[in-house]
Design a protein around this ligand. Structure first.
Ligand SMILES: *[C@@H]1O[C@H](CO)[C@@H](O)[C@H](O)[C@H]1NC(C)=O
Ligand SMILES: *[C@@H]1O[C@H](CO)[C@@H](O)[C@H](O)[C@H]1NC(C)=O
Length: 430
């Protein structure tokens, strides 16, 4: 191998830091995670708001260790929680939580708010919710707090290296266009035109997310909207998925994939990754027994046909075994169904995750972050700065640094630090 002396020196520095960096806390080692969107991914922001879109009363959260509700629309963990598990990170705190300060900021943040959509007028019946533009403003505000904690360049890097999830669009149909017969939007637009309008607004939102520093964004399309217990009860015939809502999802999802491709080619990099939520959910909805569910039509918690009417609350029917149900409440999957979805995200083929799945993203990004860290160390050998120690120890557990760790003691005839010092002083004299 033909390394330059400075490359060898920096490798040694990285090696030493890798040993020291082994002591850093897990939240620091894992990449940050940011979540935007609606109730499918809200971790409890709406608890802090005067809104009817909330999940802060039993039996929500019944299968968590505390058995207490947290604001998640689930019996237990939700999709972002399970993604955090895969990152080896703590779950993200809601942005409005008073606990989100200090070191907790390093984990990331969850900006999602139940009831919101792409459009500002989606979810107006829930009154006070965090619309997507406001979520993005909060993301900016978050970045200032993070800068105060670790410095501007560190904060920018942590945001650039983060994983981002955004889940939007379902409510623009369910809680807007199809909310009531002859809704304002349905009188204004034929469905295909409405979908085109949604997509053009979504494009701006994603562009803004990129401008704010997001560089790896998983964008979920809408699920099978017509198949949720609420729609089976309200609109479906004989337990068949409602064809009109299914048609809406069928128009929306492919156009979403198109704009993600367009954004990626404009940027020149695979920043946006589309997650085929329709396919992931449809898998177990169409074939519940194959996934160990007894039903995908009846919600565990609710009332009326399919337990699909109204909200899940303390007076509702409640199933004894949540693992046997695909749907927890009239709109939201159980933790077990969420786990199926995330497993498709992790290892699914391009049919589910395009252009690549989450396990590929994690390994590709870890390698490129390590290479970038090594390059920074090289640059800093020439111009040392105060930040240097902290910056390199952040990425210390990456595979490339580990490779250095193994390589150097074995193949170098002299102890590497001695040799590096010689090269280093030699280079300095030139
Ligand atoms: C939604 O509201 C935000 C902030 O109030 C505004 O900037 C944005 O243009 C609005 N979007 C649409 C589509 O009207
Ligand atoms: C998804 O992940 C698995 C391994 O976890 C991998 O074998 C497969 O090739 C990946 N697929 C794509 C399309 O990235």
């Amino acid at each position: 191998m033909a390394e330059t002396p400075s490359a060898i020196f920096s490798a040694v520095v990285v090696t030493i830091l890798a040993v020291l960096g082994g002591c850093s806390s897990p939240s620091e080692a894992a990449r940050a995670f940011f979540v935007f969107g609606d109730s499918l991914v809200d971790n409890g922001n709406n608890n802090y708001l005067a809104t009817t879109a909330r999940a802060d009363a039993p039996p929500y959260g019944i299968d968590t260790p505390s058995h207490r509700p947290s604001g998640r629309f689930s019996n237990g963990r939700n999709i972002p929680d399970i993604m955090s598990e895969q990152l080896g990170a703590e779950t993200t705190l809601p942005y409005l939580s008073p606990e989100l300060r200090g070191e907790k900021l390093l984990v990331g943040a969850n900006f999602a708010s139940a009831g919101i959509g792409i459009l500002n007028d989606t979810g107006i019946q829930f009154v006070n919710i965090i619309r997507i533009n406001r979520q993005l403003q909060y993301f900016e505000e978050y970045q200032k707090k993070l800068s105060d904690l670790i410095g501007a360049s560190q904060a920018e890097m942590r945001v650039n290296q983060a994983l981002v999830l955004i889940t939007l669009g379902g409510n623009d149909f369910v809680n807007n266009y199809y909310l009531i017969p002859y809704s304002f939007r349905s009188r204004q637009f034929a469905l295909p035109d409405y979908v085109r309008y949604l997509i053009s607004e979504y494009y701006k939102i994603l562009q803004r997310l990129y401008d704010l520093g997001a560089r790896r964004v998983i964008v979920t399309g809408t699920g099978p909207l017509g198949c949720v217990p609420a729609e089976l009860a309200l609109r479906g015939r004989n337990g068949q998925c409602d064809s009109e809502l299914q048609r809406a999802a069928g128009l929306f999802n492919p156009q979403l994939v198109q704009i993600l491709n367009r954004l990626n080619s404009k940027i020149g990099s695979d920043v946006f990754v589309s997650a085929n939520a329709f396919g992931m959910h449809m898998n177990y909805v169409a074939n519940p027994q194959a996934f160990g569910f007894t039903t995908s039509k009846i919600a565990c918690c609710g009332q009326g046909p399919y337990n699909g009417i109204g909200l899940c609350n303390a007076a509702s029917n409640l199933c004894p075994d949540r693992d046997k149900y695909a749907f927890w409440d009239p709109y939201h999957p159980t933790e077990r169904a969420c786990r199926i979805v995330v497993s498709h995200m992790m290892t699914g083929s391009t049919e589910f995750m395009n252009p690549m799945n989450l396990s590929t993203i994690l390994s590709v990004d870890a390698a490129s972050d390590a290479a970038a860290a090594a390059a920074r160390v090289r640059a800093r050998v020439r111009t040392p700065s105060v930040d240097w120690w902290r910056e390199t120890s952040m990425t210390a557990t990456s595979p490339v640094t580990l490779a250095f760790l193994v390589y150097f003691p074995i193949f170098q005839p002299f102890p590497s630090p001695v040799k590096a010092l010689v090269f280093y002083t030699h280079e300095r004299k030139e």
